[in-house]
Design a protein around this ligand. Structure first.
Ligand SMILES: Nc1nc2c(ncn2[C@@H]2O[C@H](COP(=O)(O)OP(=O)(O)O)[C@@H](O)[C@H]2O)c(=O)[nH]1
Ligand SMILES: [Mg+2]
Length: 317
């Protein structure tokens, strides 16, 4: 097995599409081999620039990601795309629209697109996405674009793994800045005002501007607003320019360093939690056992400390 995993890691480093696909499936399936693999490829990671693209469904994330990917491909860079969209109906793990996009890029080995199945992760989705990003990083993708719907904590966690976060807003969706989740406002490095061809773009830009007055600058960076019409490829070069400037400005910043440490701190805790749970309440009965314990505590038939004690001893601790 070690030899096989070594070979697999080599294939990934060489950018082999099938090896990458297999790795992602192994991560999604919690295959123990994925851990061995990730250990081997980790030294080859840290070179990709991860761009998170988030916003409500229908704001044009997929369309924009596609255009941005094409932009980077024109520069000769290899690109990886991870689409995480729990609101989309999945058919065998891939969103239909993304499948079509995949076919459009099928002849280009420099671009890798994968939809993540979001079922059955139980909070581990961010971890899985992070691991997939590592695989694409090791495979030589210089840009990794992560599309996610900005709705729940899971999504915010996913976006946290990005080096640069784009938040998409569109005019006239009843998606006013006021109603936007505060969490999303805080993580936006660049606001993309997509569908700028629509009425209400000026008003939305003014609203974002007004809101930005209230947000303190981070590391001397005031989030920018870029107008795009993704379907017509308008504003995409400007957006890439802003991303490049953000990247340059934050390269040496203490904030970025702190963000990376914080990122790994979260991931280490998530990994530890996952591994602990696997030991304490393993297998398919695991969730049920945990539920049963939680119910006992809720019913006051057990105190929480006794329940934790039980979990710890089940894990052999
Ligand atoms: N008018 C207009 N339509 C757009 C624009 N960008 C995307 N769309 C359309 O909006 C719809 C949703 O786009 P999609 O990329 O799937 O959004 P997602 O759900 O955020 O990934 C599609 O029909 C796109 O063609 C834009 O800039 N202007
Ligand atoms: Mg989409």
């Amino acid at each position: 097995m070690p030899v096989a995993v070594d070979m697999w890691a080599d294939q990934i480093r060489a950018g082999d599409v099938r090896a990458i696909s297999r790795a992602i499936t192994a991560i999604e399936d919690h295959d123990p081999q994925s851990e061995e693999l990730l250990k081997r490829i980790f030294p080859s990671t840290g070179r990709a620039y991860v761009i998170g693209v988030t916003g409500a469904p229908g704001t044009g994330k997929s369309t924009l990601v596609d255009r941005l990917a094409a932009h980077y491909r024109h520069l000769g860079e290899h690109v990886g795309i991870i689409a995480v969209d729990p609101t989309s109906p999945y058919t065998g793990g891939a969103i239909l629209g993304d499948r079509i996009r995949m076919q459009a890029h099928a002849t280009d080995a420099g671009i890798f697109i994968r939809s993540m199945a979001t079922r059955g992760f139980l909070g581990g989705l961010a971890r899985a996405t992070g691991d997939v990003a590592l695989v694409l990083d090791a495979a030589g993708k210089r840009y990794v674009l992560v599309e996610t719907v900005g709705v729940g904590q899971d999504e915010v966690d996913i976006v946290r793994l990005a080096d640069c976060t784009l938040v998409l807003l569109v005019p006239g969706l009843g998606d006013d800045v006021q109603s936007m989740k505060a969490g999303l406002m805080e993580i936006a490095d660049i606001f993309v005002l997509n569908k700028a061809d629509r009425e209400g773009a000026d008003r939305l830009a003014a609203e974002i501007e007004a809101m930005l007055q209230l947000v303190p600058e981070r590391d001397g960076w005031k989030p920018r607003i870029v107008r795009t019409v993704a379907t017509e490829n308008k504003g995409v070069d400007e957006l890439a320019g802003e991303i490049a400037e953000f990247r340059e400005r934050t390269k040496q910043s203490a904030e970025r360093q702190a963000k990376r440490v914080e990122h790994w701190r979260r991931r280490l805790l998530a990994l530890a939690e996952e591994q602990f749970l696997q030991r304490a309440v393993p297998g398919t009965q695991g969730e049920a056992a945990l539920d049963a314990l939680a119910r006992e505590v809720a019913d006051r038939t057990k105190d929480p400390y006794a329940a934790v004690r039980e979990l710890l001893s089940r894990a052999g601790l």
